[in-house]
Ligand binder design. Structure first.
Ligand code: RP5
Ligand code: MG
Ligand code: MG
Length: 277
């Protein structure tokens, strides 16, 4: 497995809290490191006990590695360790303990809908990259309000929600602004049709997210919904909503910087579809 990098960013996102620096050779919990002294941090909105967040350990003892009521505390990565009543990040140290901005101790489950089409010229011909000679894919991308980075319009799986529904709901909220728009029956039908197609699962597991801590981390299921003929989703009226500031079709290309490990998911989409990367 690859070393997490964004989960060790120097300053914890949305705060002035510097992470305890963790060099590559000290990431693994298997490596003894008595001097390790992570900074304890729980962001104010999480500490305020909103409905979507767990309580603090002590007053609260969740069932880890299990379906705990409607909260799924199982990891896609297999069984994780619990030390001192706290779950341990399966990819190792991050320099921060506690939950930071994440609501749940242990895995925080998300879903990432990757909606793609082929890039076309005015004549309706597929465009290829001059170097790779391969056709170029485009995907619906949002610019996150929290950090300004471009990302897949993904979001958290609600308690008890099926991932297939999360994919459609988050895409609708962030890329179609469904929360603010009156439900347009025709549009809703088109989206439901797209998301009821099987889709291509390109990733399932740990996300190298900048919000991760030693005791709370992001996991996702990333699924590609592809409009091969260009007549179903290509004409979608994109409008940014919820935690998205902007939305746009963006070329799938290794040079495009993206949030967390989203670039890794798109690489798999490109390879599977024999597209330029
Ligand atoms: C990433 O955070 C996931 O891959 C997903 O895109 C996103 C979910 O968090 P929010 O968009 O709800 O903040 O780790
Ligand atoms: Mg969302
Ligand atoms: Mg989101």
């Amino acid at each position: 497995t690859r070393l997490h990098i964004k989960a060790r960013s120097p300053v914890y996102p949305g705060s002035d809290t510097p992470r305890f620096p963790v060099p590559d050779d000290k990431v693994s919990w298997e490596t003894e490191w008595p001097e390790y002294s992570p900074v304890k941090y729980t962001a104010p909105p999480v500490a305020a006990n909103p409905v979507w967040a767990d309580r603090d350990i002590g007053s609260f003892s969740p069932r880890f590695n299990a379906l705990d009521g409607s909260t799924d505390r199982r990891s896609h990565e297999g069984e994780y360790r619990v030390h001192d009543q706290r779950p341990l990040n399966p990819r190792g140290r991050t320099g921060v303990s506690g939950r930071g901005l994440l609501g749940k101790w242990g895995p925080n489950h998300a879903a990432d809908p990757i909606v793609t089409r082929w890039k076309m010229d005015e004549a309706g011909q597929r465009l290829s990259n001059s170097a790779s000679k391969l056709p170029i894919l485009q995907f619906v991308s949002i610019q996150r309000k929290d950090c300004g980075e471009w990302a897949i319009p993904g979001g958290m799986v609600d308690p008890g929600e099926l991932v297939s529904l999360t994919l459609q709901r988050e895409f609708s909220e962030e890329a179609l602004n469904s929360l603010e728009m009156p439900d347009k029956a025709e549009l809703h039908e088109r989206i439901t049709k797209l998301f009821s197609s099987p889709g291509l699962q390109v990733y399932k597991g740990y996300v190298d997210d900048p919000r991760n801590t030693d005791n709370a981390w992001m996991e996702t299921v990333a699924v590609n919904f592809h409009d091969d003929s260009g007549d179903s989703v290509s004409a979608l009226p994109l409008e940014a909503g919820d935690d998205a500031g902007h939305v746009s079709w963006i070329d799938v290309d290794s040079a495009q910087p993206l949030y967390a490990s989203h670039s890794h998911f798109l690489e798999t989409v490109a390879k599977e579809r024999h597209a330029h990367w």
